[in-house]
Ligand binder design. Structure first.
Ligand SMILES: [Zn+2]
Length: 771
């Protein structure tokens, strides 16, 4: 037989299944198609790399960012709940572009009387409405909480023309601002402070009717520069309420005047501590700086309760100075209890701080500062050392909101001091989350207005890790849990399947603007956090993931990254092709569903089987024309007989035996494997997202083998793929994704033989019948 014929026949026989596949393909070939392969690179979705942002995901040689420095004098009128401010903004144009005008953000205008924000959503009458929402929608006159701009002046005191378009103000500077130049201008303003408990604002006050006091958490309170960048030009997309903030870095000097009996803390270093602290407070503060294991009270509950009654008419000015921050927030009240402790981050001491009214106790004195300190350590380990000197957690009812060095958090016990597990873990979780926002987006400064997931998703992912580490660091804190594990609300794959298998008309891809998504919590927090957790645990492994994630955080700390900078860096630092992962999880609303469809059992024989006989007949050849072949016959087929069962191929195939004898030494033959069972397993993938195929093979002798096939196994057939198992042991069962780590939405197809799962309805019927 000539070599060519020999080759042609081998190929034919060894791949009979290919013939069938080709027949099917022929039918589907009509019309053709473009490259829709799920493993295609994301060239069409990604922008072209350039001098500002490189193809590796790092800042490029021409990367720039603008700088906005603020000097502000702020005064709180506690009696009338008004906030007054005068600010000087110095704006540095580091871009190569000439700027003809400047855009300033007036976020408080979302609360102005004529805001369009309230009008842009459709409405309907629900069967039941929340009392707060009902009251503010239908009973109350619209609150007038927008900015009152008194003037905008240049550095010589001359009025500058400006135009306000809802939450954006354009300032027309007399001379275009050239590359490398600075411009200073000042704005005077005031506004009515809202009740954030009634109106669900990120900033405002809570009123305590029992003592007549207010606790203020104040943010977005001053006209702030918009971001100008190589990606968006001016980011002047209106603030509608969901899409949060995009802000340049800068230095702040802020003097805040409040009633003399208030306790205040905010972004930055307190530069006049001796003026605003009593001698006793100074002593306690010095002690707190050396207390690494537990917080020290700077203001006790007893002192706070006394202050609640004082209502001083005097004023006090707190002076704060912050370098390289993207925003500024502060909290002030005479109700505040204040505690703090030191935490070692790298070579440096950072202060973990809490401010809370007595209504937060006993929960807050127990857990707040502990959670702050833990968060700083956990996040620093996974990203970079926390660079600021303090992090403050302020208790504000219903709030969970973040600013540089300071954040507002919910978690209030009942009036008698009791609290549920839900309140306790909710409080610790929100503190971890909001303190964690210092890293994303306060330092890794992404554009929240455009991409909610870049800060919320990354932060919720890190929150999950920090929560699990909290449970390990403080076992006594999670002793009330059955499994002694921290009960994370988001992050576990099984927690996202309900959302991902939901009605497609109410799901948007993660890569959507936060104003346009249906379920913001699942879209920007839960799904990206879970995707990253799966990427870390199942797709990349901790070592590769952690290095790449850290690389992203370090490349972009104190800079403005885009989604592509993240996606590219994760590949760049790991050598794992992830385009398929980003496409499936971030650019689509598809879900994961992988199963086992069919298992066929084969044995080796010396005699040609029916398929081979058919080909011999078609081609007019005899057995003598065939090359040496091993024939695989399916158990139960007409070629099969019981004598083949449980034998090794050498026993049942003389051709194989001869081949081995001719080509292997006795020693080599002794070392060959002797599989007795051959299985062809068909796996199916009804879900769109390709994922690693994790298979547990269980054998009749009780042993188990786990094989993870890389996601690329789906690259040539997105719906179905087969694998052959050759084993000395008989297979008893197969389980797909046995640890439920891929967020598979339908596990009814995850086992062979199929688990006899009874539906609830069947169970109900049996119960009725009395079975
Ligand atoms: Zn958040």
């Amino acid at each position: 037989m000539n070599r060519l014929k020999y080759y042609a026949l081998s190929v034919l026989f060894l791949s009979a299944s290919v013939l069938v596949a080709q027949e099917q393909e022929k039918k589907e070939r009509e019309g053709g198609h473009i490259n829709n392969n799920r493993f295609k690179q994301l060239y069409e979705e990604f922008s072209t790399p350039n001098m500002f942002r490189t193809a590796s995901g790092a800042p490029g040689p021409a990367y720039y960012q603008q700088q906005a420095d603020y000097k502000m004098d702020i005064e709180l009128d506690d009696k009338n709940q008004k906030l007054y401010g005068e600010e000087v903004i110095t704006y540095t144009n580091n871009s190569p572009d000439v700027l003809e005008f400047l855009w300033v953000q007036l976020d408080q205008n979302v609360r102005s009387k004529d805001t369009k924000s309230a009008l842009r959503n459709g409405q309907s009458i629900p069967a039941a409405d929340q009392v707060g929402g009902f009251t503010s929608r239908y009973l109350k006159e619209p609150f007038d909480g927008g900015f009152n701009i008194q003037y905008v002046k240049d550095s010589n005191g001359r009025d500058l023309p400006y135009t306000i378009n809802q939450t954006m103000m354009r300032i027309d500077i007399p001379q275009p601002l050239k590359s490398g130049e600075k411009v200073s201008f000042s704005i005077k303003w005031w506004y009515n402070i809202n009740n954030h408990v009634q109106g669900r604002g990120r900033s405002g006050y809570e009123f305590f009717p029992e003592d007549g006091n207010r606790a203020y958490v104040i943010a977005q309170f001053f006209p702030r520069m918009a971001v100008y960048s190589d990606v968006e030009g001016w980011q002047n997309h209106q603030f509608w309420g969901n899409g949060e903030f995009a802000l340049p870095f800068g230095d702040y000097e802020v003097n805040i005047t409040v009633p003399a009996d208030h306790i205040l803390d905010g972004t930055g270093v307190l530069t006049n501590r001796k003026e605003v602290f009593s001698k006793e407070m100074m002593k306690r503060y010095e002690k707190a700086k050396r207390s690494y294991d537990k917080p020290v009270l700077i203001v006790t509950q007893e002192e706070a309760e006394k202050a609640e009654k004082s209502f001083s008419n005097k004023k006090k000015t707190w002076k704060l100075k912050a370098t390289n921050v993207r925003d500024f927030g502060f909290a002030t009240s005479r109700k505040f209890i204040w505690d703090m402790q030191a935490v070692k981050i790298g070579e440096k001491d950072v202060m973990a701080v809490s401010l809370y009214p007595k209504e937060g106790n006993p929960l807050w004195e127990e857990y707040s500062t502990k959670a702050v300190a833990h968060t700083l350590k956990s996040y620093s380990d996974h990203t970079f050392d926390y660079p600021y000197h303090k992090a403050i957690s302020v208790h504000a009812r219903n709030q969970g909101m973040e600013y540089p060095m300071i954040c507002w958090n919910y978690g209030r016990p009942n009036k008698d001091g009791t609290y549920s597990q839900r309140v306790k873990y909710g409080m610790i979780s929100v503190i971890i989350h909001e303190v964690g926002h210092n890293f994303f987006p306060m330092i890794v400064n992404s554009d929240e207005r455009q991409w909610g997931w870049m800060d919320e998703g990354l932060d919720t992912f890190m929150q999950y890790i920090a929560e699990q580490e909290f449970g390990e660091a403080f076992p006594e804190a999670v002793a009330d849990q059955e499994n002694k594990k921290y009960p994370s609300r988001r992050g576990e794959p099984s927690k996202i399947t309900r959302y991902m298998s939901g009605d497609q008309s109410f799901i948007s891809p993660i890569m959507s603007n936060p104003e346009n998504v249906y379920q913001l919590g699942a879209n920007a927090y839960g799904k990206p956090a879970t995707a990253l957790n799966i990427l870390r645990e199942t797709v990349m492994g901790r070592e590769l993931f952690d290095h790449a994630f850290k690389t992203y955080a370090q490349r972009w700390k104190f800079k403005h990254p885009t989604p592509e900078d993240f996606f590219r860096t994760m590949e760049d630092a790991s050598a794992v092709d992830l385009d398929w992962f980003w496409r499936g999880w971030f650019y689509s609303t598809e879900y994961v569903d992988i199963g086992v469809k069919e298992v066929k059992k084969f044995h080796v024989s010396s005699k040609p089987n029916q398929q081979v006989k058919q080909v011999m007949k078609q081609r007019g050849i005899t057995e003598a024309d065939l090359p040496p072949l091993v024939y695989l016959v399916e158990e139960g087929s007409e070629d099969y007989n019981e004598s083949l069962k449980g034998k090794s191929p050498v026993e049942t195939s003389t051709t194989l035996k001869d081949y081995l004898f001719d080509n292997f030494s006795a020693e080599e033959r002794a070392n060959l494997k002797t599989p007795k069972y051959f299985y062809e397993v068909t796996f199916e993938k009804p879900g769109g997202i390709p994922m690693p195929l994790i298979v547990e093979y269980n054998y009749k002798d009780g042993s188990t083998e786990r094989v993870t096939y890389p996601p690329e196994i789906w690259r040539k057939n997105d719906a179905e793929v087969k694998r052959v198992i050759a084993s000395e042991k008989e297979l008893a069962g197969i389980v797909i994704d046995p640890q439920q780590e891929t967020a598979d939405i339908d596990t009814s197809n995850n086992a062979w033989p199929k688990k006899e799962g009874k539906s609830d309805f069947d169970k109900f019927k049996e119960k009725v019948k009395g079975k």
